[in-house]
Design a protein around this ligand. Structure first.
Ligand code: NAI
Length: 327
């Protein structure tokens, strides 16, 4: 990557935005030698807060940061974007039905998809962080017919990192001892963190832990970690979510290391029985700026059931947004 690279961040004045922008500007998103131009998209009432963040970015005098522009118009904010981090979303509020949530997010991700289609750079890469991330990515993708479908991805890297950390702590090994971990399915409580293909110092992870821990402690701890953070912190994960977004894009652009893979929600090509087109988390490698689904893994009956349940949820979300005319 040579740069400068134009990076658009939506929801820039939010919690994750605050944790994310400084790491992008200091070279962690793309690499230590790649100049960056930042574009911040916010809703009109949050523009002033975004300006405050831009003032702080200026005060860091980051050598790689060439410019910061702020707008409340997607057609301006995505103009020439090479990377788009879609963080701003409509959270579920009390008493809100799933249909209302999907509809509210459709109102955000449809115009953003249209704007990306109209004005982003030809090599645009999109990561959706804002929840429900997989389905929001599907909505944006549906409104960007001129952009190759595989450029729309959603974030399960935080779940991936959480799973590595939980396993490392259980086995008292460094996180670097763990390879080939996979999050399958939806970024939701149905996600399936898979230890049957993961390795700890080269040995199958599932064989290093007892089955009851794997099924009754590990899986729910990873899947419900977001709720546990809210309970403890009084606010949802922000720095760890920003860190995962950095990891996702860094891997996508710079590739994954030999002998390992990572997790990302990308459009299914039908692999592992996941219906084509669903944006589902898979084991993926990245090379030359492209994600590829790791092929040929054997899926045992337990994993099959878990993957199918999460994919079923994704299919239901897709059908719901289709029913609302959002895709
Ligand atoms: P936040 O509420 O602090 O910030 C969201 C920001 O988005 C606000 O500043 C808001 O003004 C802005 N926004 C809303 N609509 C917008 C639009 N149409 N265009 C541009 N900006 C818009 O929320 P936070 O904590 O930063 O989280 C953001 C999203 O990330 C939430 O949906 C959250 O659920 C999700 N998330 C996803 C994770 C994942 O692993 N995929 C992990 C953690 C959070």
């Amino acid at each position: 990557v040579q740069g400068p690279v134009t990076v658009t961040v939506t929801g820039a004045a939010g919690q994750i935005g605050y944790a994310l922008l400084f790491r992008i500007a200091s070279g962690h998103l793309l690499g230590p030698d790649v100049p960056v131009k930042l574009r911040l998209l916010e809703i009109t009432p949050a523009l002033k807060a975004a300006e405050g963040t831009a003032m702080e970015l200026a005060d860091c005098a980051f050598p790689l940061l060439q410019s910061v522009d702020i707008s409340d118009d997607p057609r301006v904010a995505f103009d020439g974007a090479n990377v788009a981090l879609l963080v701003g979303a409509r959270p579920r509020t009390k008493g809100m039905e799933r249909g209302d949530l999907l509809e509210a997010n459709g109102g955000i991700f449809k115009p953003q998809g249209e704007a990306i289609n109209a004005v982003a750079a030809d090599d645009i890469k999109v990561l959706v962080v804002g929840n429900p991330a997989n389905t929001n990515a599907l909505i944006a993708q549906a409104h960007a017919p001129d952009v190759p479908a595989e450029r729309f991805t959603a974030m399960t890297r935080l779940d991936h990192n959480r799973a590595i950390s939980q396993l490392a702590s259980k086995l008292d090994v460094p996180v670097t001892a763990i390879k080939k971990l996979t999050i399958w399915g939806n970024h939701s409580a149905t996600q399936y963190p898979d230890l049957y293909h993961a390795e700890v110092n080269g040995k199958v992870a599932a064989e290093q832990v007892d089955e009851a821990w794997l099924r009754d402690t590990f899986i729910p701890t990873v899947a419900k970690r977001g709720a546990a953070i809210i309970e403890a912190r009084g606010a949802s994960s922000a720095a760890s979510a920003a860190n995962a977004a950095i990891d996702h894009v860094y891997s996508w652009v710079n590739g994954t290391p030999e002998g390992d893979w990572t997790s990302a929600a990308i459009p299914s090509d039908g692999s592992y029985g996941v219906p084509e087109g669903l944006i589902s988390s898979f084991p993926v490698t990245a090379k030359d700026g492209k994600f590829q689904i790791v092929q040929g893994l054997e899926i045992d009956a337990f994993s099959r059931e878990r993957i199918d349940a999460s994919v079923q949820e994704l299919a239901e979300e897709r059908d719901a947004v289709r029913g609302l005319g959002l895709i």
